[in-house]
Design a protein around this ligand. Structure first.
Ligand code: HEC
Ligand code: HEC
Ligand code: HEC
Ligand code: HEC
Ligand code: HEC
Length: 216
């Protein structure tokens, strides 16, 4: 078989590593470590979606509740995405001929779901459950950012194991009263520490740190 790369190119990775670790020192090592860590690879991930659906318009301006579309989030492990019919509740009348809704009309005609591109993902070997977190008083924005102001959703947090554990060791800053769970612009008030301590005691909140809680 013909060689596509000249033979010397086999040594390129070795040379790169030698330069990074040997010549440039710990600064560059840190840079490489950072580059390969989930903070760098996942935060900001913002794929192009089949429909230019805007949370800023629907959840922000029109003030639709998250649960109108993510109906399972309080009850099950997954938040779920809305079926086409939920969009059609309005779009059979509103902008029904818009070219931006082409993929929605196709989905309806073919009886196939809209092929939304998934953004947030934890590997299968780690267990995550939405309902448990919502019941404990953790709001959407602690993990997803201010979605109601996003034109296009981008990943706001790394979803790495260290990130999960950071909150499990010190959940108070993220515990809020039930009426604020879906408010993605929520900021803790000055007396937050007291309120959070009360919430924690009242609900007996005790996030797990044991490996088997998340790796079942
Ligand atoms: C009118 C329906 C609707 C409402 C209301 C809505 N969403 Fe969504 N949401 C969607 C759709 C459709 C998608 C998939 C397309 C996308 O990512 O924009 C989505 C995607 C998401 C995602 C990314 C999912 C992934 O793939 O990882 C998050 C997080 C999210 N929504 C959070 C929220 C929050 C928080 C609220 C309330 C502030 C909310 N949504 C309100 C329809 C809705
Ligand atoms: C509660 C009613 C309602 C629901 C439910 C709803 N929308 Fe909308 N949508 C609107 C309104 C109102 C507008 C703004 C229309 C305008 O600009 O005059 C809009 C605008 C849009 C636009 C921009 C259209 C254009 O031509 O500018 C898109 C795309 C869109 N919606 C997609 C969706 C999708 C996908 C869903 C389901 C996940 C959905 N909408 C659910 C009410 C709704
Ligand atoms: C404690 C962190 C956390 C909170 C709080 C949280 N999410 Fe998520 N969310 C995640 C993680 C992690 C994933 C990826 C899950 C996976 O890959 O199994 C995810 C995935 C999603 C998805 C993609 C579809 C799915 O069901 O996996 C949607 C939509 C979503 N979240 C919406 C919401 C909404 C709406 C809220 C608030 C009511 C919320 N999330 C609260 C961490 C969180
Ligand atoms: C912002 C805070 C926060 C983040 C981030 C967070 N959690 Fe949690 N988690 C909690 C709280 C609070 C509880 C405690 C619930 C209780 O004690 O009632 C909890 C409980 C759990 C539980 C126990 C569920 C059960 O059935 O008892 C698991 C498993 C879990 N989290 C997994 C994860 C994973 C995996 C991630 C990262 C992808 C994550 N969590 C990120 C706050 C968080
Ligand atoms: C709160 C939930 C949680 C707990 C507790 C937890 N893990 Fe993880 N772990 C995760 C998540 C989420 C990932 C996936 C991270 C990613 O995608 O980058 C992960 C990834 C891993 C990996 C894959 C390599 C890596 O670092 O990404 C190993 C190995 C691992 N965990 C071992 C452990 C061990 C051992 C313990 C107990 C000391 C533990 N985990 C406790 C959530 C947890």
């Amino acid at each position: 078989m013909a060689q596509i790369f000249p033979e010397w190119s086999n040594k390129v990775p070795v040379i790169v590593l030698a330069v990074v670790f040997g010549v440039l020192g710990p600064g560059a090592t840190l840079a490489v470590w950072y580059y390969f860590s989930p903070e760098f690879t996942d935060v900001g991930y913002q794929p192009v979606q089949p429909i230019p659906y805007s949370h800023a318009l629907h959840a922000g301006e029109l003030e639709l509740d998250c649960r109108y579309c993510h109906a399972q989030v309080e009850r099950s492990a997954v938040a779920s995405l809305p079926p086409t019919q939920v969009c059609m509740n309005c779009h059979k009348l509103v902008k029904q001929d818009s070219p931006k809704l082409e993929a929605l009309r196709r989905s309806l005609a073919r009886r196939e779901p809209v092929p939304w591109v998934r953004i947030h993902n934890v590997p299968d070997y780690a267990y995550f459950n939405h309902a448990v977190h919502i019941k404990a008083g953790v709001g959407c924005s602690s993990c997803h950012g201010d979605v109601a102001s996003m034109e296009v959703v981008a990943q706001a947090e790394p979803l790495s194991m260290a990130w999960c554990l950071d909150c499990h060791r010190n959940p108070e800053p993220h515990l809020r009263p039930p009426e604020e769970i879906y408010n993605t612009a929520w900021k803790p008030a000055k007396d937050h520490a007291e309120v959070a301590a009360e919430l924690r005691a009242a609900h007996g909140i005790n996030p797990p740190e044991a490996c088997t809680a998340c790796h079942r």
